[in-house]
Design a protein around this ligand. Structure first.
Ligand code: ATP
Ligand code: VIB
Length: 249
């Protein structure tokens, strides 16, 4: 019986050059966490649909100069709208951006934007890779919420990535994975993080500190500050884990 290996690359998300017609297209959700100009400019052109989760609109606005701003207009701003600044809201309203207030007190602004993406995909009959900009730093409750969202999306929307100033990270579901590494885009440091599971058994190739049927858990070993040691990394995990790689600036 042949095993299924899930293939991964992040070139289509953060590449510096124009993407070809064969690369998967992305949808973008900008969260209310630090957003450097360089990162926005790397990710934005790779996306066909872009949303700001409430105060994420402030981050988009502030990341750009006045001259740049009108070239980076999102498709949607959605959330409870308690964080977007009035000047930012009126600028994007003047650019005809759809601004949707959703006061649901049982869903985060991130969840509201993910729902909106699903509705958009149903309308256009397309499925995108999802790139979430931010959400891994700042408030611990929000950060853990981001980790939980991707963990729960692993079957329905497995190609969901979180990109921050320092990392690109995503969930590897139980099974085998091959990750193509472009060292011009990524730094050397990586982590295999047993978040949201009791424990997992890991085997790896291509890392400085490889694992061989090694148990990993919060209560035991966590492979942080590991190093990429090849252009292709192979990981086998018995449970879903978070995989993170340092982003080269
Ligand atoms: N400090 C933070 N750390 C990590 N993620 C954050 C942080 N602040 C906001 N986010 C993310 O950005 C989204 C939009 O945040 P915003 O500040 O506009 O709203 P919020 O009222 O704090 O969040 P929510 O309404 O979702 O609880 C949040 O849903 C969350 O995913
Ligand atoms: C058990 C439980 N804990 C927290 C909240 C609060 N909450 C979760 S998402 C959200 C919206 C924030 O914009 C709010 C207020 C809840 N409803 N249920």
């Amino acid at each position: 019986m042949s095993t299924t290996i899930t293939e991964w690359s992040v070139d289509h998300i953060i590449s510096k050059s124009a993407s070809s017609s064969s690369t998967p297209r992305c949808a973008l959700i900008i969260l209310n966490t630090p957003l450097p100009n360089f990162l926005l400019k790397r990710v934005w052109p790779n996306c066909d649909w872009r949303a700001c989760a409430d105060g994420g609109a402030n981050r988009l606005f502030d990341a750009l100069t006045e001259e740049e701003r009108s070239a980076f207009i999102p498709d949607l701003i959605k959330g409870d709208l308690d964080s977007i600044r009035p000047d930012v809201q009126s600028f994007y309203a003047s650019q005809d951006v759809r601004i949707t207030k959703d006061p649901d007190l049982y869903a985060s602004d991130l969840m509201k934007c993910i729902r909106a993406l699903k509705e958009h995909e149903q309308r256009v009959g397309n499925e995108y890779n999802l790139v979430i900009l931010g959400g891994l730093s700042g408030r611990l409750d929000q950060t853990i919420h981001t980790l939980s969202q991707l963990h729960k999306l692993r079957h329905e929307r497995p190609r969901t990535f979180v990109v921050t100033e320092d990392n690109v990270a995503w969930v590897l579901d139980s099974g085998e994975h091959r990750i193509k590494v472009d060292r011009t885009l990524l730094g050397i440091t990586c982590g295999l993080l047993p978040v949201g599971v009791g424990s997992t058994v890991l085997t790896t190739k291509g890392l400085k500190w490889n694992l061989n049927e090694t148990e990993s858990s919060f209560d035991g070993m966590v492979s942080s500050s590991n190093w990429l040691d090849a252009d292709e990394i192979w990981i086998k995990t018995t449970e879903p884990i978070w995989w993170s790689v340092e982003l080269r600036k």
